[in-house]
Design a protein around this ligand. Structure first.
Ligand code: ADP
Ligand code: ZN
Ligand code: ZN
Length: 714
């Protein structure tokens, strides 16, 4: 017989082999010759009939598995999405299957107890702990008992750290019973909205259907997921819950682990290979039946999958930004379709395309309203008039909060102390040597460092302009570190904390800040966009977006949508429980609809306005898009190849618009030049037909295909 084999690498197409001694099933591993070497590959399909043509067909050397190691539905999924995204199936195999399972070598078992707790009788004086060990210690202090997998999966504490703590006697083994005792479910009376949503999805348990669970933060969406997950679980089936980012979710995961205990698996990218393999095997065996995870977990080998949930479906982190490019939400929908099961997308600010589908009946819209109706006052401050970043209005409101012992949250999306360093003589900015961006001055300890936010390059302060040699260098712009200084000077008695990539170095650090905030121990929390997401802070009565137009200026058709989402998410942080709260949004374009509707958290009005622009300018959801990326070390080659491809595609028979080629907003990153061509067409089929046979690279220029791009600029 003949079979198609895929190697978990970047090959274009499945390769044909002959097998004379057995019938390897699709999804089984085989050993076969590839470029003169024996390699492990996966049977992708059994070929029907005898292939035609005059070429040599090599023979399979060995069949490694009796039954498929990739479940059938995942294999079908990979076939479909590799067609859809025009990516080689081998790349999807590569990410979907953990390395240990690919090579078929069982890792050495690492002996550790399943559960641990702090040793209360140990004398800590004289015991030195590393920073990571201290972190684990603090987590255990709060959690009392916990499982090793929780430490590793939820808190990203590595096994070596736990082993070392066991050796030092700080931690001792515990038992499962102790852990489960800690987790008791609250009793909740569901609202009418929640009950209806649950019923609707339940009716569809045996059919494919896409639901959009649309409700503001705190409207009880997560409670709905929990109930649905429990029902499916009790039917003996499995549940997949996708979340944008694990770091946001220690609280979130707690709510599920109370329900599912040992059957819950948490998957994210910072797991060790061993741990990933172990969980993957448990999922495949059916001992773990509820998976919470980031985009990659959409490929989990769940047994008898019965429900998929995609929380915060609008989040861009669901899109993989390197090959193989795919969108986990859309892959989840395809997977649900293949299995004939429901998929629930949840959001307060859905991606426009999603809401459009719900509004036009393709998806089912399930609306939840806020659990408590609170009054929110909205102020939009015109920065053209105000000029100062901490405006008078803002100052007055913060002072009021301080006297009432309530908290303020301020979003300012600029890392670093200043924004850039400029030469006063020739006007040149100090730039990263390998990227097309300015270096950002950060203050660390008492010193300043210049950092590239794209490639991580770091250097000390420069004394001279690299272009003209002048020493008249000047720092420009306010970064979030400087904002912190300004606030500390302005409000001397306030307890101020900052939350950005530079202060939040681990999930635990983030959790600590969140905990302090929940306890009301922070008066003013400033942060980059990471503070806009997912926390419940009862004490916050003032949410501030300091400069709202940062994203709005990007030349991307989604910039209004992104601006709206960020402001609405931030506005949704306050006014959860307390009677009255306030949102202040400062902007240079205070009349822009995305800013006004964002501040009022008015999604439906925003949608009505935005959809007319999308229709007028022929953008999604009214067209399908793709992007071709041309990446290479030689600029002239990149330009040459992209122009060549442009003229090749330009006059196509499908009427697909070809736009470009143009450099990306940041043309050079890590010494690679990046140009793009955009395609807009009525149907994604036409676009894919045009791009299908484009080579992966031409004269040292890589060509990447990005189907349904969500970010046109990077
Ligand atoms: P969302 O996911 O929409 O942000 P959650 O499900 O997290 O909302 O609910 C917010 C808070 O309200 C949680 O603490 C949750 O336990 C609680 N909650 C949810 N539904 C109800 C309800 N029907 N009655 C009381 N509290 C509820
Ligand atoms: Zn750089
Ligand atoms: Zn100069």
């Amino acid at each position: 017989m003949f079979v198609e084999v895929v190697f978990p690498l970047a090959f274009d197409k499945p390769l044909l082999y002959r097998c004379n001694f057995g019938k390897p099933l699709p999804g089984c591993r085989v050993v076969a010759p590839l470029k003169g070497k024996s390699k492990i590959g996966f049977v992708y399909n059994t070929a029907s009939g005898i292939p035609e043509g005059d070429f040599e067909i090599k023979e399979i050397e060995k069949i490694l598995d009796e039954g498929p190691i990739i479940p059938e539905d995942v294999l079908i999924l990979i076939r479909r999405i590799s067609d859809y995204y025009l990516e080689p199936p081998g790349l999807f195999m590569h990410i979907a299957i953990p390395p240990y399972a690919r090579v078929g070598r069982e890792p050495k078992r690492i002996l550790l107890p399943k559960f641990v707790k702090l040793n209360e009788s140990v004398d800590l004086t004289g015991i030195k702990l590393t920073p990571k060990e201290r972190e684990a210690f603090c987590i255990l202090q709060k959690q009392k008992f916990t499982s090793i997998s929780e430490l590793e999966e939820v808190w990203t504490i590595k096994r070596e750290v736990i082993r070392s703590l066991l050796k030092k006697g700080v931690v001792i083994p515990s038992t499962c019973e102790e852990v489960l005792l800690e987790r008791i479910e609250d009793r909740i009376v569901y609202t009418e909205d929640q009950k209806r949503a649950i019923e609707e999805v339940e009716k569809s348990f045996n059919n494919f259907n896409v639901f959009l669970l649309f409700g503001p933060p705190g409207s009880g969406k997560t409670e709905v997921y929990k109930v649905l997950a429990k029902k499916v679980f009790d039917m003996g089936k499995s549940v997949l819950i996708l979340v944008p980012e694990i770091a946001l979710t220690p609280h979130y995961i707690k709510r599920f682990s109370g329900l599912f205990g040992d059957s819950l698996a948490v998957l994210h990218s910072s797991l060790s290979n061993y741990e990933r393999y172990r969980i993957w095997m448990d999922i495949k065996r059916g001992t773990k039946r509820v998976v919470i995870g980031t985009r990659l977990s959409v490929f989990s080998p769940l047994v008898d999958l019965g429900l998929i949930v995609v929380d915060e479906e609008q989040e861009p982190s669901y899109k993989q930004k390197e090959a193989p490019r795919y969108h986990a939400r859309d892959v989840a929908i395809m997977r649900a379709y293949i299995k004939g099961i429901p998929v629930v997308l949840g959001s307060a600010t859905p991606q426009l395309e999603t809401y459009y589908k719900a509004a036009t009946g393709k998806y089912k819209l399930l609306k939840l309203s806020k659990l408590y109706s609170t009054k929110v006052d909205v102020d939009i401050v015109d920065l053209n008039v105000e000029k100062r970043i901490v405006s008078e209005k803002l100052k007055k409101e913060i002072i009021e909060r301080l006297s009432r012992k309530e908290s303020t949250m301020i979003l300012y999306n600029k890392r670093g102390f200043y924004r850039a360093i400029v030469c006063e003589r020739c006007g040149n900015f100090v730039r990263c040597p390998s990227c097309d961006v300015t270096l950002v001055p950060h203050r660390e300890g008492g010193n300043f460092l210049l950092k590239c936010h794209l490639c991580g390059f770091t250097r000390g302060v420069v004394k001279k302009c690299m272009v003209c040699g002048s020493e008249r260098l000047n720092a420009r712009g306010i970064g979030i570190q400087q904002l912190e200084d300004i606030l500390v000077r302005e409000f001397r008695e306030a307890r101020i904390e900052r939350m950005d990539l530079d202060t939040v170095t681990s999930i635990y650090r983030r959790y600590e800040i969140i905990e302090k905030m929940v306890r009301g121990e922070i008066d003013i929390l400033i942060g980059t966009q990471m503070i806009a997401k997912g926390h419940h802070f009862p004490n916050v009565t003032l949410s501030v977006v300091l400069v709202a137009d940062q994203i709005l200026n990007y030349p991307d058709f989604r910039s209004a949508e992104r601006t709206f989402q960020l402001i609405a998410q931030m506005a949704g942080r306050s006014g959860r429980v307390l009677e009255r709260s306030r949102v202040i949004v400062q902007s240079f374009v205070p009349n822009h609809y995305s800013i006004i509707y964002g501040a009022h958290q008015d999604y439906e009005s925003f949608f009505k306005e935005e959809i007319t622009h999308r229709r007028e300018f022929f953008y999604p959801p009214f067209c399908k898009m793709a992007r071709l990326l041309f990446v290479g070390k030689k600029k002239d080659r990149v330009i040459y190849v992209s122009n060549k491809v442009y003229s090749l595609l330009k006059d196509n028979e499908f009427g697909v618009q070809i736009i470009g080629p143009t450099p990306l907003v940041v043309e050079k990153v890590e010494n690679r030049y990046r140009w793009a061509i955009f395609l807009k067409g009525k149907s994604s089929k036409h676009i894919r037909l045009l791009l299908k046979d484009l080579p992966l690279s031409v004269s040292n220029v890589r060509i990447y295909k990005d189907i349904d791009p969500i970010d046109l600029l990077n």
